[in-house]
Design a protein around this ligand. Structure first.
Ligand code: FAD
Length: 405
């Protein structure tokens, strides 16, 4: 049985960032990351892969090159948590003990909840940017569609990057517009929810883009079944048994999402299955020696890599303070960001805090589609991610709240 001062479950955006910051601040700390995957993905890039702006290869790196030196990488899956014994159990039954645990295994994509989807994903014009295997197929579908009906779906919240389902709808519509095909293409966006975007401040700008491209919005429709051969998608009207069948030539699916199953059934989960943490300190509500961040937590921020960038220094500061017996007063404000690609070349950069309070970082009206924000999304953020964030540099971009109006 191994024992480490800090054990990190999940070596995605959050796990690597926390490990790198801890190593930078305490080079001698004994740290282990438990992560089964050998390939790390920059998932925000998948929207751009789906639109032909980035290649899949550019979004992937070997995990082994990202685990900071001096940190032990345990290339296995975590199966269970034993918080009373300060241990996690791996898939092979072995246990790893810790003094402090950081849990960040991400969110689970529930493809199985949509009948028939797995059988047809990647064929028959059915695709998803949420899948590493299929985001490049989205671009094939967009290029080959020469008129017809394109459906874009969005499941009930929460999902990671809540703007991603509509980002690809705008980019696809813009591509068809530029190719002179939009006039003969019916673009429909079907959402399980009843708002276009969770932060009110940005909705009018997005609605304007919907109108510009002539996208048909259908609220409260949840995808439940796909028949790829027949090219039919079945939606359930939220809150009733009524179903609606729609034909398509292309279907972009955003799958329903939930906390990972091994979290749901663990003592770390709250009633909804997420890792229950204090929204400010990110410390577990029940276990003082456990911290959590990223997509798997109970906090109400947007589940984004941008949120992880803000959360990691809070977890690191509070974790180190707890090891030293100092007060843990680092506090997370709920910052999250969503760069909405509204066309090739323009982005609405939504940044906000807990409660959906807009909090822009830059001195221009961020509701307006901007070329600068497009350069950030396509070049700035990937650079920031690989070269600064994952290497443990705490990049503080001061954002300030604005009045909603
Ligand atoms: P992940 O980075 O997903 O990492 C979780 C890790 O845990 C994985 O490596 C996984 O293998 C591992 N794991 C899972 N189960 C276990 C287990 N049992 N044991 C051990 N390890 C385990 N964010 C933005 O900020 N801006 C964007 O524009 C943006 N766009 C997006 C577009 C798409 C299409 C997608 C899919 C995501 C987008 N995101 C965006 C969201 C962003 O990628 C996530 O919010 C971020 O990666 C969350 O980090 P995480 O560490 O919590 O989860």
């Amino acid at each position: 049985q191994d024992r480490f001062t800090v054990v990190i479950v999940g070596g995605g955006s959050a796990g690597i960032t926390v490990a790198a910051q801890l190593k930078r601040q305490r080079p001698n700390l004994s740290i282990a990351i438990i992560e089964p995957s050998t390939t790390h993905a920059y998932q925000p890039g998948w929207t751009l892969v789906g639109a032909g702006v980035m290649t899949l290869q550019e979004t992937l790196r070997q995990e082994g090159g990202l685990v900071p030196s001096g940190v032990t990488w345990i290339r296995k899956r975590t199966a269970a948590f034993h918080p009373e014994e300060k241990a996690v159990e791996l898939e092979d039954g072995s246990r790893i003990e810790y003094r402090r645990l950081v849990a960040c295994p991400g969110i689970q994509l529930d493809w199985d909840k949509i009948e028939g989807l797995k059988e047809t994903l990647g064929r028959n014009g059915v695709t998803s940017n949420y899948s590493r295997e299929h985001c490049a197929y989205t671009w094939e579908c967009i290029q080959s569609l020469d008129g017809g009906t394109a459906l874009f779906t969005q499941p009930p919240m929460p999902i990671k990057c809540a703007g991603a389902p509509q980002k690809i709808a705008y980019l696809a519509a813009d591509y068809w517009r530029r190719e002179g095909r939009l006039y003969k293409t019916r673009v429909e966006f079907l959402l399980a929810g009843d708002v276009l975007f969770g932060v009110k401040y940005f909705v009018p700008s997005l609605q304007k883009m919907v109108d510009y491209y002539g996208i048909d919005l259908h609220y409260k429709e949840n995808l439940i079944r796909v028949d790829g051969e027949k090219k039919e998608a079945v939606f359930q009207r939220v809150g009733s048994d009524e179903t609606i069948t729609r034909s398509f030539d292309m279907l972009h699916v955003t799958p329903p999402q939930s906390a990972p199953d091994f979290i749901k059934k663990s003592p770390l989960a709250n009633a909804a299955g997420w890792i229950g943490v204090d929204p400010a300190t990110l410390r577990h509500v029940k276990y003082d020696d456990i911290f959590a961040l990223g997509d798997a937590t109970s906090t109400s921020n947007a589940k984004t890599a941008a949120a992880v960038r803000s959360q990691a220094p809070i977890v690191v500061a509070n974790l180190l303070a707890s090891l030293d017996g100092r007060p843990q007063n680092a506090s997370y404000d709920g910052y999250g960001a969503c760069p909405l690609t509204v066309s090739y070349g323009k982005v609405v950069l939504a940044e906000f805090l807990y409660g959906g309070k807009p909090a822009p970082s830059f001195p221009y009206d961020q509701r307006k589609p901007s070329r600068f924000a497009w350069l950030l999304k396509t070049q700035g953020f990937p650079h920031l991610y690989w070269n600064l964030m994952l290497r443990g540099y705490d990049i503080k971009v001061p954002h300030k709240e604005v009045e909603q109006g």
